[in-house]
Design a protein. Structure first.
Length: 145
């Protein structure tokens, strides 16, 4: 870092309460709003799901792809029968949601350049909900100058 520049840190929680069991939500505009609020022009932006049955990932905002994700995830870790998951023996019914989160990931880090998220073509940030019906949060942490 150049002499005289001061490293800044910004933190904000985004809250979601998705009524459906599963959903993919484009949160790019909310993260961009955090970046503007932070005043940081050069640095890194971390976005992570703070719940073990939710995900944050980057991909294209294309409805066919979202349907493909739904079918693919359900084929890999189907919700039913819930008896197939040892985790559900605790009285839960979300064993599949834990596996789906593991596949889709916990977090993303995006470079900040010139005060904007430095994306490749078509990239957007998504919140993936795999066990909806209650409040969950996503952390946005931005560091830089």
């Amino acid at each position: 870092m150049k002499q005289g520049n001061v490293m800044k840190s910004y933190r904000k929680e985004l809250w979601f309460n998705i009524a459906a069991r599963r959903a993919l939500v484009n949160i790019t505009s909310q993260v961009e709003a955090c970046l503007r609020e932070s005043g940081i022009r050069e640095g890194l932006c971390l976005v992570n799901a703070m719940h073990i049955t939710a995900s944050v990932f980057i991909n294209d905002d294309e409805p066919g792809l979202h349907q493909d994700y739904e079918q693919w995830l359900e084929a890999i870790a189907p919700h039913e029968p819930i008896s197939r998951y040892r985790h559900n023996r605790t009285g839960e019914d979300n064993g599949d949601a834990h596996l789906k989160r593991q596949i889709m990931g916990r977090e993303v880090v995006v470079a900040v350049t010139g005060g904007v998220l430095d994306f490749g073509p078509w990239e957007q940030i998504f919140y993936g909900e795999f066990d909806g019906g209650r409040r969950k949060r996503v952390l946005v942490k931005i560091i830089g100058e």
